[in-house]
Design a protein around this ligand. Structure first.
Ligand SMILES: Nc1ncnc2c1ncn2[C@@H]1O[C@H](COP(=O)(O)OP(=O)(O)OP(=O)(O)O)[C@@H](O)[C@H]1O
Ligand SMILES: [Mg+2]
Length: 96
C-alpha cells in the first residue's frame, strides 16, 4: 500500500486527488488506489511490474511495483492497472 500511495503522490507533483476504496466481491477483496496524476504511457503497462523498470530517472529504483506484485501473487491475488496518459491511474488489487 505504501509503494502504491508513494507512486500516486509522485504522479501528482502539483495537485491531485488520491482515492482508496475497498469492496467485497464474492470471496475476494478488491482494493483500488486511484490518482489523478500523469498516467502511464500506453506502451509501458506490461513492463511496469518488472524489477528496475522506472521512468523517474535517478529518482526511482523501479522496485516498488515488482515487490507489490510479488506480495499480491503470494497471497493468491492479482493486480492490474487502468491508466491513460494525462488522465490518472487506477491500480486494482484482488485478494482472496
Ligand atoms: N500511479 C502512477 N502514475 C504514473 N506512473 C506510475 C504510477 N505508479 C508507477 N508508475 C510508473 O511506474 C514506474 C515503476 O514504478 P515502481 O514503483 O516500480 O518504481 P519507482 O517508483 O520508479 O521506484 P521505487 O518504487 O523503487 O522507488 C515508475 O517509475 C513510474 O513511472
Ligand atoms: Mg515506486
Amino acid at each position: 500500500m505504501t509503494n502504491l500511495v508513494l507512486n500516486a503522490e509522485d504522479a501528482m507533483p502539483h495537485w491531485g486527488k488520491l482515492s482508496i476504496s475497498t469492496a467485497e466481491v464474492t470471496d475476494w477483496t478488491r482494493i483500488e488506489i486511484q490518482d489523478t496524476g500523469i498516467g502511464i504511457p500506453d506502451n509501458v503497462p506490461d513492463r511496469i511490474f518488472e524489477p528496475f523498470f522506472t521512468i523517474k530517472g535517478y529518482e526511482g529504483n523501479g522496485l516498488g511495483l515488482s515487490i507489490v506484485r510479488r506480495i499480491v501473487q503470494k497471497h493468491g491475488g492479482n493486480i492490474r492497472i487502468e491508466s491513460r496518459p494525462g488522465q490518472g491511474s487506477t491500480f486494482i488489487l484482488l485478494l482472496p
